[in-house]
Design a protein around this ligand. Sequence first.
Ligand SMILES: Nc1c(NC[C@H](O)[C@H](O)[C@H](O)CO)[nH]c(=O)[nH]c1=O
Ligand SMILES: CC(=O)[C@@H](O)COP(=O)(O)O
Length: 169
Amino acid sequence: MVSPPPAARSAAPVNVKGARVLVVEARYYDDIADELLAGATEAIEAAEAEGVVVTVPGALEIPAAIAILVEEAARAGQPYDAAVALGCVIRGETGHYDIVAGESARALMDLSVLGRLPLGNGILTVETMEQALARARVSEMNKGAGAAEAALSVLALKRAAAAAPVGED
Ligand SMILES: Nc1c(NC[C@H](O)[C@H](O)[C@H](O)CO)[nH]c(=O)[nH]c1=O
Ligand SMILES: CC(=O)[C@@H](O)COP(=O)(O)O
């Protein structure tokens, strides 16, 4: 079995102190957004990283916002080290749910992999508001924190790999 590098095993993000983290939240449901943002913000602060929060109307706008803002920050010499997407998609009467949920997830995955960008996807895709609240609430599943911690963990792995490229003793 191939073990991941030490940083990848760490439950708590390591060596991400001072990282700049872009948080793009979709405020389609304000109460849900409040909880997701609170959880993500707490996790970023606990890692002694810096969060920059930007708001868009819906989940479909999140990937483009991240792509635009990450590129502009790099051009300005203040690059983001990681990104977190926060939102909530609740199924309605039509197939639009599949578009919003699927396309936002697909675009975020492409941004992360193709851009080598540590990115946590905290866009809830649920059937009911009750399911959304249980997953968003900091006091319950706290998925906003989970998304931030996931992004920071990949950033820690990226930084560890850059410091000691895989295969070097
Ligand atoms: N139904 C939900 C949406 N729909 C809006 C889209 O995200 C987008 O803003 C619109 O299609 C204009 O481009 N967005 C959510 O975040 N959550 C939903 O449940
Ligand atoms: C996820 C959605 O886009 C959904 O809220 C829209 O509702 P509907 O499918 O009833 O138009």
